[in-house]
Design a protein around this ligand. Structure first.
Ligand SMILES: NC(=O)c1ccc[n+]([C@@H]2O[C@H](COP(=O)([O-])OP(=O)(O)OC[C@H]3O[C@@H](n4cnc5c(N)ncnc54)[C@H](O)[C@@H]3O)[C@@H](O)[C@H]2O)c1
Length: 472
């Protein structure tokens, strides 16, 4: 089959895609096509009778019975946090390793709670857990390779699922989670905690109140040197994936909060992306120095940069770097027509004069967007615009903790919405959009940074809901 091969050239500030040759050899994965210089991937048709799960609400579950699968570095913290929420029972704990389920059970029994049933042994032991009759929610914190298959089976077994980031690594996995959620009418939420950090939540509220005007550009990142952790992951799963894949393999922390501020699939949608990476230096050097391992074809570049354009004509820039010697950075930057928000490395707001309560600016006559508002104005703004969902639980969240409290707000909101029978804050299409960068950036990079279409995972429903709302 004849396939097309691209070269991206930079000229006069414009990216021009030039079709240079039509070759028998292709860099496109099977089933991808090229439409107007944008690579597209197949969108499976819905089965007869299958409908979307936008705003999915199910019967209230006053006491949520939870089973945890995956209790390595991340999972036990979730077990601990959930014990601070009323109306929750932890009924099962599952991990390949018996020592991990035993350790997690201690968290329960040390608090005087009943021990949960433990499941361990081989890598398929989780199947017994998804099949349990006395479970409402399966909370998955295993390695990336097993997230989607456990999630799909759990929904088929009649459970709601919450899956750690990234919940899916391939387009097939993403579509399987969507189709299963649509067919079973079960919730499938990705546990993206960064949307609940205090600065992000407050800024989202400012955006929703119109303080920043219309958001036209957003930036997000995962810049976090993982050297202290590489040797701690079970079976070396994280390095193994990075060795084998180019692309932004961990995009959801950066992309999630920006998509929420831009109302993605709630009035706008992600249309296409272009990705560029650097060569791989840091991780191969780590492997050589720490493990004596010589890897000459390490796939994941040190730094990957991705740009997305939306249907409404907004842009998003997302970066990934887990090896360079840089301070932790998720960026979180929003450019609006009336103001600007930036979290890392300096957290602050810049606003057009006159756009904020005059009482706040009374002593700052020269307030302009040329610089961040002074610290006292920022503090007053953050107080005034505290997000309604954070108001009552902010203090408790800070005490319980989990990345400063955002993890607790995430768990609290998940349980709150299940108990009240409300739509969850994040649906399976958020999961799909945010995870889709993993396979789609890899396609772009393997085709000389060609633009790649981001599928409409709602299959036509992206503007049915107008504006993101957290149900109360
Ligand atoms: N949201 C966040 O801030 C955040 C932070 C850290 C990790 N994570 C995510 O959490 C997940 C887990 O990361 P981690 O750091 O805990 O990794 P880890 O390697 O420490 O833990 C994974 C655990 O899963 C278990 N496991 C693997 N396959 C299993 C299977 N088939 N059945 C049962 N148990 C199985 C392993 O024994 C291990 O204990 C990853 O998806 C990671 O990206 C998210």
């Amino acid at each position: 089959m004849k396939k097309t091969f691209f070269i991206a050239t930079l000229g006069l500030g414009l990216i021009k895609i030039v079709v240079v040759a039509t070759l028998g050899l292709s860099l496109l994965p099977a089933a991808c096509t090229n439409k107007g210089n944008v690579i597209t991937t197949p969108v499976p048709a819905r089965a007869a009778g299958q409908t979307d799960v936008l705003q999915l609400a199910v019967d209230p579950i006053p006491t949520v019975r939870v089973a945890f699968i995956g209790l390595g570095m991340r999972g036990p913290g979730a077990v601990e946090r959930i014990t601070h929420i009323d109306g929750v029972e932890v009924v099962a704990l599952c991990d390949v390793l018996p020592k991990n389920t035993a350790k997690a059970n201690k968290i329960l029994t040390n608090k005087g709670l009943p021990a949960a049933q433990e499941f361990n042994g081989d890598a398929d032991v989780w199947r017994k857990v998804t099949a349990l009759p006395n479970v409402d929610l399966i909370y998955i914190a295993t390695d990336w390779a097993s997230h989607a298959k456990i999630g799909v089976q759990a929904m088929k077994d009649g459970k709601h699922v919450a899956i750690e980031v990234p919940a899916a690594m391939t387009l097939d996995e993403i579509w399987a989670l969507i189709n299963t959620s649509e067919q079973t009418r079960k919730h499938c939420m990705q546990l993206e905690n960064c949307v609940y950090d205090f600065f992000e939540l407050t800024t989202l509220n400012m955006v929703q109140q119109g303080l920043l005007g219309e958001i036209i550009h957003g930036e997000g990142a995962y810049i976090h040197g993982l050297q202290p952790y590489w040797d701690e992951y079970w079976n070396d799963w994280r390095m193994t994936f990075n060795k084998a894949h180019r692309g932004d393999v961990y995009p959801t922390h950066g992309l999630g909060p920006v998509c929420q501020a831009m109302n993605i699939h709630r009035g706008d949608k992600l249309n296409y992306l272009v990705s560029v990476d650097t060569r791989a230096v840091g991780n191969p050097a780590f492997l050589k120095e720490k493990r004596g391992e010589e890897v000459t074809d390490f796939k994941n570049g040190d730094h990957t940069t991705t740009i997305i354009r939306t249907q409404k004509g907004n842009s998003i820039l997302i970066e990934h770097d887990v090896t360079s010697p840089r301070p932790y950075n998720r960026m979180y930057q929003l450019t609006g027509t009336k103001g600007f928000a930036n979290k890392y490395p300096i957290s602050g707001y810049a606003l057009d004069k006159g756009e904020i309560d005059p009482a706040l600016t009374a002593n700052h006559e020269n307030l302009t967007a040329h610089s961040f508002v002074p610290a006292d104005v920022k503090a007053a703004l953050m107080k005034q615009y505290t997000h309604p969902i954070a108001k009552d639980i902010e203090e408790k969240a800070k005490q319980v903790g989990g990345h400063g409290g955002m993890d607790f707000i995430m768990d609290y909101r998940l349980i709150y919405c299940l108990q009240k029978g409300l739509p969850l804050d994040m649906d399976v299409y958020d999961l799909a959009e945010w995870c889709s960068l993993i396979p789609l950036t890899e396609i772009s990079l393997n085709n000389n940074s060609a633009p790649v279409e981001i599928p409409d995972f709602t299959r036509g429903g992206w503007d049915k809901v107008q504006g993101l709302q957290f149900a109360q």
